[in-house]
Design a protein around this ligand. Structure first.
Ligand code: GUN
Length: 278
């Protein structure tokens, strides 16, 4: 069984970005809007800051308390939209429940979208135009490709509740010659598929009974489980121990899709910077 090393993939993407920044003599600027004090979100933002600084990108955090009104957050985004030194804007998700995530994401200038979550960028991707791809879908594909297994004419099951991940993944996988099917819950039919990408949000739910022997499995889920004496275990949607000897390749959690996603959003920011400076 091959472990798909997300840290290694991320490292080589970051080296390429560092080279572009030096060669083109640019200083891309990234801004992260973080609302509330969810410890996991703060940890993810720290990882993004660390990676941004490593490649020579300017990094700015805009922190606000959980009770901040939606208008104030949108005003902050509009201020960042106008700032010529900012080329990438991220609103860290999930937002507190009182805020309308769609309205807030829509306030980001699509040309400064670092996550590729803006609906205009999704339409643009589907219309085959160059625009920032959604980072989660792009990272899952990068991990699947890193397995070294061919994708052409292969069947890939995407297991996720919503279309937000499936739609761009279907498009990106089609470009690789693969056929995709969307499953919104676990289903024994998934076993007929050559590869599986899962983002169901249920810890350790994917076991070998759903997986074709020799498949590649990409796990987008991430959960913090509290064990005895408050110990914390980080796990994905896949029951890793149960499936590891049954698959050809698998992404671990942590250290799989997560680090690649960070590199992808920095890549979108560098690409945005190059485009905006043309
Ligand atoms: N929360 C967890 N992952 C992500 C991500 O890739 N982007 C944003 N904006 N929030 C997240």
């Amino acid at each position: 069984m091959n472990i798909i090393d997300g840290k290694k993939i991320s490292h080589s993407l970051l080296l390429e970005l560092r080279k572009t920044i030096v060669d083109k003599n640019i200083t891309p600027g990234l801004a992260i809007v973080l609302v509330g004090n969810d410890p996991a979100s703060h940890l993810y933002v720290e990882k993004k800051e660390e990676a941004a600084k490593k490649i020579g990108m300017d990094f700015n955090r805009y922190l606000s308390v959980e009770t901040t009104p939606e208008k104030e957050i949108i005003d902050c985004i509009q201020f960042l939209n106008k700032d010529p030194d900012i080329h990438g804007i991220i609103v860290q998700l999930p937002l507190p429940g009182n805020l309308n995530t769609d309205a807030i994401i829509k306030a980001i200038d699509p040309q400064k979208d670092a996550d590729g979550f803006h609906p205009e960028n999704l339409s643009c991707l589907l219309a085959n135009k160059h625009c920032p791809p959604p980072v989660t879908a792009a990272s899952a594909l990068e991990c699947l490709k890193a397995s070294g297994e061919p994708l052409s004419n292969k069947k890939v099951a995407v297991v996720s509740k919503s279309d937000i991940l499936y739609t761009p993944l279907q498009y990106l996988l089609k470009a690789e010659g693969a056929v995709t099917e969307h499953f919104t819950e676990l289903d024994t039919n998934i076993k007929k598929y050559d590869h599986i990408i899962i983002a169901l949000g249920q810890p350790k739910c994917l076991t070998k009974q759903y997986i074709k022997e020799g498949a590649v499995v990409v796990d987008i889920g991430i959960h913090r489980l509290t064990g005895d004496e408050d110990s914390i275990e980080i796990v994905g949607d896949v029951d890793y121990e149960n499936v590891k000897d049954h698959v050809t390749a698998i992404t671990p959690v942590p250290g799989g899709v997560g680090p690649v996603t960070v590199a992808m959003l920095l890549k979108n920011t560098v690409d945005n910077c190059l485009k905006l400076q043309q």
